[in-house]
Design a protein around this ligand. Structure first.
Ligand code: URA
Length: 224
């Protein structure tokens, strides 16, 4: 009985339901295995701390717990919203931007990843309204590009031109609307933006709207 109460408390803290709901699930045999092999309805139980989730964000979802409209958290299982400590997005993508977005409940990791000192490369695929002119890569790499309304120049960023209207831009900063504002400063306009890489993580074959947990090796690579 004591063990069941302990297990119910543990699972409730991971968002699997209220203590009562979880106790009923245990009674009904929906919780199997033990220790690291614990399963709920046959699926491995989420790790208790240090959860890191990767989402391929579709357009039209906001990175916020509170905004109006559709939120990225709706794309994750409801149990993640009930976890304590809470799961937060690692930085933000604009509502119109698609691609790689991480979430974690690990505050130390979160601050490390979003710190301006982290220097983590982030790669964005941009589709542009006008043809690239050829001067953009040098401008973005120069370390002298000052965005409108700012004083401090952007750190050097790497542009790879993929087509007349398409390019990949790798930044180590995360200023507000940075990619869109950099192309605006170069006289262009971003029509579509997709993040394909965040530090050591790439989206791989994760379909739009899908999420997955990072495995321990991937989480360790992010913490390194
Ligand atoms: N830069 C942008 O302009 N938007 C994003 O969502 C991310 C980077």
């Amino acid at each position: 009985m004591k063990d069941t109460l302990k297990l119910a408390k543990h699972l409730a803290g991971l968002g699997y339901g209220s203590r009562k709901e979880v106790a009923i699930a245990i009674r009904d045999g929906r919780v199997t295995g033990e220790g690291e092999g614990l399963r709920f309805d046959g699926e491995p139980i989420d790790p208790p701390h240090g959860l890191v989730v990767m989402l391929n964000k579709p357009a039209g979802f906001t990175c916020s717990h509170a905004d109006q409209g559709r939120l990225v958290y709706e794309l994750l299982p409801p149990r993640f919203e009930k976890r304590d400590p809470k799961l937060s997005s690692v930085g933000r993508l604009d509502a119109d931007t698609t691609g790689l977005l991480l979430f974690t409940d690990d505050g130390t990791l979160l601050h490390k990843l979003i710190s301006p000192k982290s220097n983590l490369p982030k790669t964005y695929e941009a589709r542009l309204a006008r043809p690239l002119e050829g001067h953009e890569a040098a401008l973005f790499a120069s370390g002298t590009l000052v965005l409108r309304g700012e004083e401090k120049p952007c750190l050097p960023a790497r542009l790879e031109v993929n087509g007349t209207h398409t390019a990949s831009l790798t930044l180590t900063e995360g200023r507000y609307h940075q990619v869109r504002r950099m192309f605006a400063a170069a006289g262009n306009h971003v029509e579509a933006l997709h993040r394909s890489r965040f530090g050591p993580m790439e989206l791989g074959g994760l379909a739009e709207g899908d999420w997955r947990l990072l495995d321990p090796a991937e989480s360790a690579a992010l913490r390194a």
